[in-house]
Write a protein that binds this ligand. Sequence first.
Ligand code: PLP
Length: 365
Amino acid sequence: MMLTVATQSFAFEPSANPVAEAERAKMLIDPGFGRVFTDHMAIVRYSEGKGWHDARITARQPLAMDPAASVLHYAQEIFEGMKAYRRPNGGAALFRPEANARRFQASARRMAMVELPEEIFLDSIRALVRTDKAWIPDSEDGALYLRPFMFASEVFLGVKPAAEYLYIVMASSVGAYFKGAPSVSLWVTREYTRAAPGGTGAAKCGGNYATSLIAQAEAIRHGCDQVVFLDAVERRWVEELGGMNIFFVFDDGSMVTPPLTGTILPGITRDSILRLAADQGITVREAPYSIEQWQADATSGRLTEAFACGTAAVVTPIGSVRGAEGGFTIGGQSIGPLTQRIRESLVAIQRGTAPDPYGWVEEIA
Ligand SMILES: *Cc1c(COP(=O)(O)O)cnc(C)c1O
């Protein structure tokens, strides 16, 4: 097979069995979230002594793993989530990919894993999106969700940071994360916490999700869409959802979001909203906000809106909150004016329907 080069650093081994165009078109009509995968993946290996090597764009395929690969025992695994958006001109664009590259490095440091150089991270994303750009849905909420991840692949049962890692990027054609409902309902878990001071709450590691699934299941059992976590020490400060940060909106037009104290994930959507809000004259305080205050403010009408944010679900209004002690609703249980404004200005920059004064968007194909 002819070997062409996808980028300077990534060799290209085209899939021998790509999905036919007509079949792909069918798959993209209603892709859901995280079920439709593209033809290729990016892969790079690391071993002590050799460094990063063997960078390829290759057919998406199962991995052969030794049962002693240390990730299977000690869970050294981190990931990222980002999107490639269809541009009005038919091309593709990334949103703040350097921020994902840097967060990936920060997650690696926390998990005592080797740090992937930013240039390799960015090249892997660009090369994969160029290769599989036909998989970006054209629909309004559609995007190519990119999932870079890295894990310890060393075959060794001793407890120590691994000396070998595998870095992979997959791509998945996605539609809206929450379909249909005008807002989501939250369950306040009192039994489980997500992250403690000194723990891994600020790292994007699979382990954080493993420990949050039981709380999410509790939320579903109580008829709620998502779980919201309180802090692990006082069990009263609102932290975040299982995979989204949170903002509170008040009747004076100001907002509050929990501060980055090490127990919540520093979301790139959160950071972008802080910047957009500041530039639109909205006062935002990064300050602790308690569940009691939230209930009191929602009941008195001082709190008018609340929303969750993240790459997958963008900006999602929160309509109601329930816990063992009862619950409360927020505004009209549909998207409020400030949430709408923030959402629209963010999405317009990401999708190229408004100018990008921040240099956040990288057009790649
Ligand atoms: C990824 C993630 C977020 C959102 O981060 P974005 O960069 O905005 O996508 C929030 N909370 C958790 C726990 C996450 O894993």
